[in-house]
Ligand binder design. Structure first.
Ligand SMILES: Cc1cc2nc3c(=O)[nH]c(=O)nc-3n(C[C@H](O)[C@H](O)[C@H](O)COP(=O)(O)O)c2cc1C
Length: 111
C-alpha cells in the first residue's frame, strides 16, 4: 500500500435513484454487484496495460468512510491500490505467501 502510486476507495451509493430501482427493488444487493462488476472490468483493463491491482479489504470501512467524509448511505466495496508490479508471476501473490492454495478444477459432466 505504501508503494502504490494510486489508491481508490470505491463505494456503492445504496440510496441512488439512478436506474429507477430496476433490479434493486427486488434484490437490493444488485447495486453492490454492479460496483463489483465495474471493479472487475477495471482490474482486467489495468492488467492489459501492465498495471497491477491490489484489493484491500482488511480495513475498517466505517473509519474509512469517516476519514473520507463520504455521504451517508455510501457503502465501501473495495479499497484498491494500483501501480506497476515490481515482478511478474504466473502464481498469485497470496498463494506464494502461503495464504491459500488452489483447489483442483471441478469438471462436471452433463448429459
Ligand atoms: C474481494 C477481495 C478482497 C481482497 N482483500 C485483500 C486484502 O485485504 N489484503 C490483501 O493482501 N489482498 C486482498 N485481496 C487479494 C489481492 O487483491 C491480490 O492478491 C493482489 O491484487 C495481488 O494479485 P495476485 O494475487 O494476482 O498476485 C483481495 C482480493 C479480492 C478479490
Amino acid at each position: 500500500m505504501r508503494e502504490a502510486p494510486v489508491h481508490l476507495a470505491v463505494f456503492c451509493d445504496e440510496g441512488t435513484a439512478k436506474g429507477a430501482g430496476l433490479g434493486a427493488q427486488t434484490m437490493a444487493e444488485t447495486r453492490a454487484y454492479s460496483v463489483v462488476g465495474a471493479i472487475t472490468q477495471f482490474w482486467l483493463a489495468a492488467r492489459a496495460e501492465g498495471l497491477g491491482l491490489g484489493w484491500v479489504s482488511i480495513l475498517d470501512p466505517a473509519r474509512l468512510a469517516q476519514d473520507l467524509a463520504v455521504p451517508p448511505g455510501w457503502r465501501l466495496i473495495g479499497y484498491l491500490c494500483l501501480g506497476f508490479p515490481e515482478e511478474d508471476s504466473e502464481t498469485p501473490e497470496l498463494e506464494r505467501a502461503g495464504w491459500e492454495s488452489r483447489a483442483p478444477a471441478l469438471i462436471m459432466e452433463t448429459r
